[in-house]
Design a protein around this ligand. Structure first.
Ligand SMILES: [Zn+2]
Length: 227
């Protein structure tokens, strides 16, 4: 750990900063939750992506980097966890829309991964890429497989509402592919970190507190929910 992680955790006031401990050596943190503002007709006015940190043993992986102008929020989110941008070894962009790539420049020492040709690639123990096309053809998700299965979905599953109402992302290049990807994620995941919303549980069909999920997993000693 680059700094005293236990102190960092104690100092956290924001529940979004709590990690989901999804296995002894696998941890998820929402550095900055995503958001989506719509007008009355549902058209998107402003979109900011979720920024997620995965710790797999000593490897730090950042998934998406938010909208340009969010540097401060991202740096302060990382600082609360106790890491600096130079600690990020791998930067994954779920796709190339600018609300997901706006702060890539902060992570110059990271290996940059993107694109559907990475489908199936393992990038760290328990962490692999899955192609999830439909929103864009190059959309990918990051699957963390440990005591539970978590999917960092980008805009293949942008909000919990898309899952609950079985709706494709509003912006898509192929509706059939988008629905296939959404269903594949829902079928494989216990926990989803969506592209523009807070983390939610597939079996509970509700938002989750990440730390609570970690505790539940350890208490039960096994993966919850359906696969
Ligand atoms: Zn997008």
């Amino acid at each position: 750990m680059p700094r005293d992680r236990a102190n960092a955790r104690r100092a956290l006031g924001d529940r979004e900063m709590m990690p989901a401990t999804v296995g002894r050596d696998l941890c998820l943190w929402v550095v900055k939750p995503g958001s989506l503002q719509r007008d009355d007709s549902g058209e998107i006015l402003e979109a900011r992506s979720t920024v997620t940190l995965i710790e797999s043993g000593p490897t730090h992986i950042l998934v998406d980097s938010g909208l340009a102008g969010e540097e401060k929020a991202i740096l302060s989110g990382l600082d609360k966890i106790g890491i600096v941008p130079e600690d990020i070894q791998i930067l994954v962009n779920t796709h190339q829309h600018s609300d997901h790539t706006g702060n890539n420049h902060l992570f110059t020492s990271a290996r940059w991964l993107h694109g559907a040709d990475l489908d199936g690639l393992g990038i760290a123990p328990g962490v692999r890429i899955a192609a999830t096309p439909g929103h864009t053809m190059d959309s990918i998700s990051v699957v963390c497989h440990s005591s539970i299965r978590s999917v960092i979905a980008g805009d293949a599953l942008p909000t919990m509402d898309n899952f609950l109402k079985d709706l494709p992302p509003r912006i898509h290049v192929d509706r059939r592919l988008a629905m296939e990807s959404l269903h594949r994620i829902a079928n494989m995941a216990d926990l989803v970190v969506p592209g523009h919303d807070h983390p939610f549980s597939i079996p509970e069909r509700n938002y989750v507190t990440l730390e609570g999920l970690g505790r539940a997993v350890h208490a039960e000693g096994s993966r919850r929910g359906r696969m």
